[in-house]
Design a protein. Sequence first.
Length: 226
Amino acid sequence: MDTERNTLGRTSQFPFFVSAMGTLGSSHPGAEPLLPPEEIMDAHLDEQRLLGNQSPLNLSFQLCMPVDRTRAKSLIQRVKAAGYQSLVRGSPGSRFGRWWSWKDLDWISSEWSGPLVLKGIQSVKDVKLAVQHGVQGILLSNHGGRQIHSAPSSLMTLLEIRTYYPEAFNKLQVFVDGGLRDGADVVKALCLGATAVGVGRRYYYALAGYGAEGVERCTDILAEEF
């Protein structure tokens, strides 16, 4: 199996990446800089801590956008100045106030002017809207069942897209995360058309228990499972 993937303009040796995770500092003092450079980073960290000694050109930034557009614009400008390659628009949590709209997505796209991924898609209808609004990718995720309670699993949403809107895979890149733990899970998602698969908890435990060596070994194990 050819595992190499072109994701948002960059080539990756394997079709998996480290999912965005919060509170990584509670698991290990080194936290984010110890994780592989393909990680989709969280928006709650300043650039200096975020980057460590890694190149931002291989990183995507997950934007949890404030309601205040002045603050949101400032954050996007900081991300651009830091050199991030792509932006992931995460679904909002309750602490951010009102729910966002497709007009907000258009505004983000105009401010960012780079590859944009929409996270939290749950239906074929929203995939079609994402295509209409010109995003370069979608990330199927139920946030571990926390922010979006009783949501369908990411694999079920992926199957729905494959069944009812297969042309979507020719229009944008489709990423998946949530409950995917091993190489077999990754292969299932790839067979359904996913571009790449996010793995979170497994890396979290590896980082907490063994630091950088644990993260490296976790990647090796996932690669071997193919």
